[in-house]
Design a protein around this ligand. Sequence first.
Ligand code: GTR
Length: 327
Amino acid sequence: MKQFKTLAGALLASVALTGVAFAECEVTLKSSDTHPDGYPTVEAVKVMGEKLKAATNGRICIEVFHSAQLGEEKDTIEQTKFGVIDLNRVSMGPFNNIIEETKVVSLPYIFRSTDHAHRVMDGPVGEEILAAFEPHGFVGLAYYDGGSRSFYNSQKPITSIDDMKGMKVRVMQSDVFVDMMTALGANATPLPYGEVYSSIQTGVIDGAENNWPSFESSGHFEVAKYYTLDQHLIVPEVLVMSKASFDKLSPEDQAAVRQAAKDSVAANRELWAAREKESEAKVRAAGVEIIDNIDKTPFIEAMVPVYEKHANTPKLKELVERIQATE
Ligand code: GTR
């Protein structure tokens, strides 16, 4: 790697390189992701970019800004709405307070397994939820894998629901997750992802919850040595486009964008499955205590008020029933 005398030198060089890479593109769509380079979601959007470029004879390209370079998810969602950011790969969680349909797939234990989640999200329910983004200024393009999320903390092994009592646990910025923690007897602390590491380190919070790849890539496993596989959430990741940016494209190019996004899903799933294993191995090798024999029944039973509060309209109730009825 070339050494630069100053940060400014390095930055100028990277701007120049970026300029060369995207010079031939008529349109370069800016895409945001909170995760680092190499993470399955980041790589999947790059795959989408290659497919889109090929489909448009090199006219439309995608530049992925990983590692939260464009900001934390809640802020980037705002910027996407206004067309400052064109594409955004985020969790459904931060959309919960904006688009009520996204709450349904963010309910704890709504999915029985990743396969169940795939069958639902690949089917009519998934399509309906994608369509629900449009009136809010976003075009829902595709779902990616987000694994299952479990609790980790720096204090003690959580071996039963009673151990959750009084724990200060970070959640994504969504009322569904705040109420989920309350129902478990814990104190929810909604925080941006980028603040979790230092908040655990300084004791502002006791822990958080996430899947294996996020727990590993964020380094949270270095400061939270207990990971309990209660798997309370399977929240799909979503790739959205700013409606403002989408509307600037011709119908043919809009169709190419939609198709390229759908065609990147298989790559994401493959990369995800591999990364889950790698991350788990890394976390185990680092000496994190894994509690994998927890009785999930009390956790599931505690979620009744969360469903009552958040699946609170006929439309949302119906979506919940259709998900539960999906084989
Ligand atoms: C990750 C997810 C991110 C972000 C993060 C979080 O699993 O991929 O989009 O939502 O969790 O907890 O904020």
